[in-house]
Write a protein that binds this ligand. Structure first.
Ligand code: DLL
Length: 432
């Protein structure tokens, strides 16, 4: 089943026409209402009239996370706050989060694109969908929620965590669709095994997994342990949240909802567009968003595009599974973490040196973040009590900045390796 056949199966010419009309309108709107965009376009010697079709997209300047930080919190919004009905946020590179706002129409578009992705995954109104993505500032929970309601499926808005209850409701309510991060689905599978629940005891059929990178090997493991079809869903808060793209039942790349979000692939070094099929950094331009439209937003995710028609009948361009990032962002238990966030916490404290090492492990399918921190000479003491209270203080500060738990280990001054070149701050031991 296809949710919106005329769009999802449109010819390339039809799609380009829709994109061009919407792009022209978006560029006009951002130029008029957002000083930051007007300035950037003026610097590039552009006026909105120069953008006549999608072919002119490449003329426009890029937008990055730092533009959002510089205009924190609402400076990139194109409408007055009275039009904004929802706010979400994700991690910024330092202390300030990346904030996005939605108008009523934006929420309708979001429900529409998530509805399409659910149908791609083979979900329908008879399904019972357990949403174990976090609800709150993170876009995962609420984003999936309204899409599910829109197609008429029954939603269990359980949010993340509380594993015992997840398993209980899965059995009692007969959950058929599980939506969560792929690593959490494996954790659930392991807990099932430990508590003697067999996959045959459940009615699970489909999993909609995203918000973090995962491999084909992980897919095979999840599919066999839970007895389901595991579907990859992609999105980012800046563009809308989940629902930017998703796999169909053929699991051969994620169909991008390109009538709303136009993708491009660029070389992250030269910033030049790459030829069709090449791997590079994914860039999106939103062409229907009202609250915070983004022009050529650099996602930092690396992938490639495939414009061939899919076996499912959809013509929406497909993006391959993400192959990594062009920056140092980590995703720990679905939460985006920038090493610079930890650095800024340490810089604020007099007891610590800004020398640290992050070690990421996956134990029982759960990500563990260990932070080794160097203590300043004058604060380093042999007294265990004092060091322990300092460790607790640092742990608390880092946890409240990142929003996830961390294990902090204090180390003696000058023990973290110094390098002449780029410091190696992260050791990621997860096999993903
Ligand atoms: O993670 C939105 C989302 C929620 C997507 C639920 C899918 C399901 P952010 O917190 O802003 O938004 O993080 C966005 O997460 O730039 C990617 O690096 C990564 N990411 C998201 N989906 C995938 C995926 C949500 N399927 C960042 N594969 C993005 C790999 C993903 N990475």
């Amino acid at each position: 089943m296809i949710w919106n056949e005329s769009i999802e199966c449109a010819s390339r010419e039809e799609m380009r026409k829709i994109q061009s009309e919407r792009l022209i309108d978006t560029v006009q709107r951002v130029y008029q209402s957002v000083p930051a965009y007007r300035r950037k376009m003026q610097e590039a010697g552009l006026v909105p009239g120069d953008i006549k079709s999608v072919d002119d997209l490449v003329k426009l300047p890029f937008t990055t996370k730092s533009d959002l930080r510089d205009n924190y919190p609402f400076g990139m919004f194109t409408v007055p706050m009275s039009e904004i009905v929802r706010i979400h946020a994700s991690s910024g590179t330092t202390g300030k989060s990346t904030v996005v706002g939605y108008t009523r129409k934006d929420l309708r578009v979001w429900a529409e694109v998530v509805s399409r992705t659910l149908m791609m995954a083979g979900v329908h109104r008879e399904d019972m969908v357990q949403i174990a993505y976090g609800y709150g500032l993170f876009t995962g929970g609420l984003g999936m929620h309204y899409g599910c309601e829109n197609i008429g499926a029954s939603v269990i808005p359980i949010s993340g965590g509380n594993t015992e209850k997840q398993l209980q409701l899965m059995q009692d309510f007969g959950t058929t669709v599980l939506a969560c991060t792929p690593s959490y689905s494996l954790f659930l599978a392991e807990e099932m095994e430990a508590s003697g629940i067999k996959k045959e005891d459940l009615k699970l059929r489909v999993g909609i997994f995203g918000a973090e990178p995962w491999t084909e090997n992980m897919r095979r493991e999840i599919e066999s342990k839970l007895g389901i079809k595991a579907i990859d869903i992609y999105g980012l808060s800046e563009i809308i949240g989940p629902g930017v793209s998703c796999e169909c039942e053929f699991q051969a790349g994620m169909h991008v909802n390109e009538d709303h979000f136009i993708p491009e692939i660029i070389d992250p070094e030269t910033l030049k567009p790459l030829p069709e099929g090449a791997v590079g950094e994914l860039v999106f331009t939103t062409v229907t968003k009202e609250g915070i439209p983004l022009i050529r937003y650099r996602t930092r995710d690396l992938t490639r595009l495939n414009f061939e028609k899919c076996q499912c009948g959809r013509t929406l361009v497909r993006m391959e599974k993400c192959k990594g990032r062009s920056d140092d962002m980590l995703i720990i238990r679905g939460v985006n973490v920038f090493p610079s966030q930890i650095e800024s916490v340490l810089l604020e404290m007099s007891e610590t040196a800004p020398h640290y090492l992050l070690i990421v492990e996956r134990e029982n399918n759960l990500d563990i973040l260990k932070v080794m921190v160097e203590v300043q000479e004058q604060f380093f003491s042999d007294e265990i009590k004092m060091l322990e209270s300092l460790r607790k203080k640092i742990t608390h500060k880092i946890q409240s900045t990142l929003g996830i738990s961390v294990e902090v280990k204090l180390v003696e001054p000058r023990t973290i390796e110094r390098t002449a070149g780029k410091a190696k701050r992260v050791i990621d031991n997860r096999k993903i």
